[in-house]
Ligand binder design. Structure first.
Ligand code: GLV
Length: 406
């Protein structure tokens, strides 16, 4: 046997991947890996806007830590042949208990922005929540995806504008409204303050260097149409035609006097389900149930608003004890793996929301990155349930968690 034949008989060569995106994705096995890749590919200001949070970022860290502190009580020898991860939320089916959270300005991570995320969510059979502050409009997103879409609203001072957007979402067959209630004023994100970050990103000496160091991102930015607040183009609230400091923008345009009475107003202009996002106490969860909304998202806005707010996951069990059965519960914040989703559902949530996980994926590898992360989550949920000895998501309960050690 020649040396070449001997080598061939013992070594198998992997096919060389010529597709650059696939090559990048082949090196990633987790959300943490995608975050690392996104950090390298995106300008620092953009990455920090996505990755950062309020003040000392303690709440950001505690969202993840609350999951990490909780371990499972796995059951074995339960004869589980097949795992069914599907569930229902707001009366409609989900492939597994996850909703894609609303995130603003998604096009800063990738030129396709919200269109890419909506398409990936539809392929994964999960709902996608479009943000009011999106960079693709309600109509563009519906044209790109036939999947389940929810629309997130902020309380602008101009309620006429909110009403108009709600009517547009209804015409575009969005099925639920998500009212964000944790933004009375804007949180202080110190990474953005330090960088003087604006939206759309403004070119200054620092950003010029940052842009030059990330040529692929910069080329995409200049090659595509300008990044604007696509739902309010041409309106006097400002559509981002001139760069805005987000904190000034929100503090001047959003209404801090929002109250439970506005939820009644919302119901008068919208026939479908309403989700109140940003509940952070048991008391407010009870008020939401009393107000007759369909679901709440336990959320601290990914730690981007009040630093020191409780971790979303730590609220699930006490809130479920107070209101489960009256209202559906979504846990938003810190989800980085499918096992986090399983923990939240076992503690009493109906589903989770995740935002940063798909934004890192989008920044790392565009739409295919989002497909990848949603596929991982599904596989994680399936594998975790199999290892816990649970055949269906309805059978997830607190007996599977070691909540005491929290
Ligand atoms: C917008 O909602 C943000 O958190 O930046």
């Amino acid at each position: 046997m020649s040396i070449a034949e001997t080598l061939r008989s013992v070594i198998r060569f992997r096919r060389v991947e010529t597709d650059l995106v696939e090559r990048r994705l082949a090196r990633a096995a987790s959300v943490a890996d995608l975050r690392r890749i996104a950090r390298r590919r995106l300008p620092r200001g953009v990455f920090d806007y996505i990755d950062g949070a309020a003040e000392d970022e303690r709440t950001l860290a505690s969202n993840e830590a609350a999951f990490a502190r909780t371990s499972f009580r796995p059951r074995v020898l339960r004869g589980i042949e097949k795992v069914d991860t599907s569930t229902t939320l707001l009366g409609r089916p989900l492939a597994y208990p996850l909703v894609l959270a609303p995130t603003g300005f998604t096009r800063i991570a990738d030129p396709q922005g919200e269109l890419a995320v909506a398409r990936a969510a539809a392929r994964a059979e999960l709902p996608y929540t479009l943000s009011t502050l999106s960079t693709r409009s309600i109509e563009e997103v519906r044209a790109a995806s036939d999947g389940r879409l929810w629309f997130q609203v902020y309380a602008w001072r101009d309620r006429g504008l909110v009403r108009e957007m709600i009517e547009r979402a209804a015409s575009a067959r969005f099925e639920a409204l998500v009212l964000t209630v944790d933004t009375a004023v804007f949180g202080r994100r110190e990474r953005d303050v330090r960088r003087g970050f604006s939206l759309p990103p403004m070119i200054g000496p620092g950003t010029l260097v940052d842009g030059a160091l990330h040529p692929a991102w910069t080329w995409n930015l200049v090659r595509n149409e300008p990044i604007r607040f696509a739902n309010v183009l041409g309106r006097d609230v400002g559509d981002g035609a001139s760069p805005v400091n987000l904190s000034d923008y929100i503090n001047s345009q959003f209404d801090p006097s929002l109250s439970w009475a506005d939820v009644d107003w919302l119901r008068s202009v919208w026939n479908g389900p309403i989700v109140v996002k940003g509940i952070q106490t048991v008391d407010d969860a009870i008020l939401a149930a009393d107000a007759g909304v369909d679901a709440i998202a336990l959320s601290n806005h990914g730690g981007r608003q009040l630093d020191g707010a409780p971790a979303a996951f730590s609220l699930v069990a006490p809130v479920a004890d107070a209101v489960a059965g009256r209202i559906e519960i979504i846990c938003d914040g810190g989800v980085r793996r499918g096992s986090d989703i399983v923990k939240a559902v076992a503690a009493g949530a109906n589903a989770c929301m995740a935002g940063r996980a798909y934004l890192y994926a989008l920044g790392a590898a565009g739409e295919r990155g989002v497909d990848r992360v949603l596929g991982w989550f599904r596989a994680d949920v399936t594998r975790t349930m199999a290892l816990l000895g649970v055949a269906s998501s309805d059978a997830l309960d607190r007996s599977l968690l070691d909540l005491e050690r929290r």
